[in-house]
Design a protein around this ligand. Sequence first.
Ligand SMILES: Nc1ncnc2c1ncn2[C@@H]1O[C@H](COP(=O)(O)OP(=O)(O)OP(=O)(O)O)[C@@H](O)[C@H]1O
Length: 318
Amino acid sequence: MQEPIINLNQVTKQYDNHFAVKDLSLSIHKGEVFGLLGPNGAGKTTSILMMLGLSEPTSGSVQVLGINSTKYPIEVKRKVGYLPDNVGFYANMTGIDNLIFTARLNGIPKHIAKERAEALLEKVGLKHAALKKAGTYSRGMRQRLGLADVLIKNPDVIILDEPTLGIDPEGVRDFLNLINSLNKDEGITVLLCSHHLHQVQQVCDRVGIFVDGKLLAHGNIDELVRQLFLKDTFVIHAVASPVHDVLLEKIKAVPGVTTVELLHDNSVDIHCEEDVSSLISRLIVESGSDLYQINKRDFGLDEIYHRYFEGREINEPH
Ligand SMILES: Nc1ncnc2c1ncn2[C@@H]1O[C@H](COP(=O)(O)OP(=O)(O)OP(=O)(O)O)[C@@H](O)[C@H]1O
């Protein structure tokens, strides 16, 4: 199997007697967009700092691109693009000069630096502002310049900490599209930290839910739904008439159906472990009732996330 791009093995970071990160094991593979999702103080930034070798784990090991980050932070820094939540630029220098400056710091020759800076400004939609001072940029423009800054050294992986904080909805959409195209067109692996569920859902292939220093669950949305909503992975809503007791009993007897809830005289919610909607519609029609509507409800990331905070037990496999 392919080596993971980022690999954390039982990583713990302790401050006095407080655990900022506890026993975190996580692998992120080439070409993935991974979303690390969690509320303030969950330990996301601490985890990133350990990945970059800027903070030393109390125990456990961190490897990025096969390099031990704790021992060789400079090697990691060379290959990983990191966009912190509040990126700083030289306010009196133009956007392009800021990029060229970073490129030069990374050992890129002057003429290549200029070419690359121009191409990146175009890519992030800042060509028009290339000659404006970075101090005059809006928050959204600064984040886009930040992304260009991160990309100038051609990283294999980029780590973005709350990159859309303080950007308006249109700016957020553009920024997420940009991340998407960097991933799809250039194969860049992305780790995106955020507490915005919808944003994470829009761009990430896999998500890790991080709370109180612990990774509570990870996987793609479908996997998380299955882990959390084990007994009611699917909810089928049907509107039919009449919905009589015999029909309800027949629905309850369908394999995979866990509970049947009669909402009104003619509408019913069927909770099930697998998608049995076609079977249910046939059953309704064959039992002589008229079927007006049948649809399957999909769970979103916010339902997954909120279930963790409702104090509800996670359904254990039976
Ligand atoms: N240098 C430090 N010394 C002591 N405690 C720290 C230090 N850095 C972080 N912490 C604590 O570790 C926990 C995790 O913080 P961290 O910044 O990693 O969370 P986060 O998920 O990135 O939150 P946010 O979304 O607010 O940035 C918090 O309780 C924080 O107070």
